[in-house]
Design a protein. Structure first.
Length: 197
């Protein structure tokens, strides 16, 4: 296996360059300053993408759609100043981080993405949905969440996956599993096993 490669995509060159300067100490870093350039830099060597949403020309949402349509085996975090709305429920990202992002948050985000890639598809779906739930719960009022049918579908799917993953999760240390999530952490009551040998 080669070196871990991160693609950073943001039309604000100062942001892109700062992220790259931080990450270059540990990863091979590629940068792109718009969506079209991102697609040119994208190939099978990329392990994770940090992707801005709002860019002139091709938006981050469009870049993300292309990545998923072409079935690149890559984890994607939206790193953006756009507060999440319910439209994120239909997007195929793995994590959603709202700017500004500190150096520590940047490394934590990349670490989460690379950790997600070691799990199977069911775990990856679960991580993605929990990230969406966390993003919405930090940006939406409780009443807005309670009245949104898509949000209810999201929470139902998370509960369904928690049931599917229950046995697998009992094999992980609590701190190992919980550490994969940024605040607010999901409610793990239904998957917290007290029957470990």
């Amino acid at each position: 296996m080669g070196e871990t490669t991160i693609l950073i995509v943001d039309d604000e060159s100062a942001v892109t360059d700062v992220y790259a300067a931080h990450l270059e100490s540990e990863y091979v870093v590629r940068t792109a300053y718009d969506g079209s350039e991102a697609l040119e830099k994208l190939d099978g060597d990329i392990d994770a993408v940090l992707l801005d949403r709002r860019m002139p020309g091709m938006s981050g949402d469009e870049v993300l759609s292309h990545i998923r349509e072409e079935e690149y085996d890559v984890r994607v975090a939206m790193v953006t100043a756009v507060d999440p709305d319910f439209d994120i429920l239909d997007m195929g990202f793995d994590d959603y981080v709202v700017k500004p992002v500190s150096r520590d948050e940047l490394f934590e985000t990349v670490d989460r993405l690379l950790t997600y890639s070691t799990y199977d598809d069911t775990f990856q779906e679960y991580f993605s949905l929990v990230s969406k739930r966390a993003a919405l719960e930090t940006s939406k009022s409780q009443s807005a969440l309670e009245t949104n049918e898509e949000y209810h579908d999201l929470t139902d799917r998370i509960e369904e996956l928690e049931g599917d993953l229950d046995e697998a999760v009992t094999g992980l240390e609590d701190e190992e599993f919980g550490g994969l999530f940024r605040m607010p952490e999901p409610d793990f009551d239904s998957i917290d096993s007290t029957s470990q040998p």
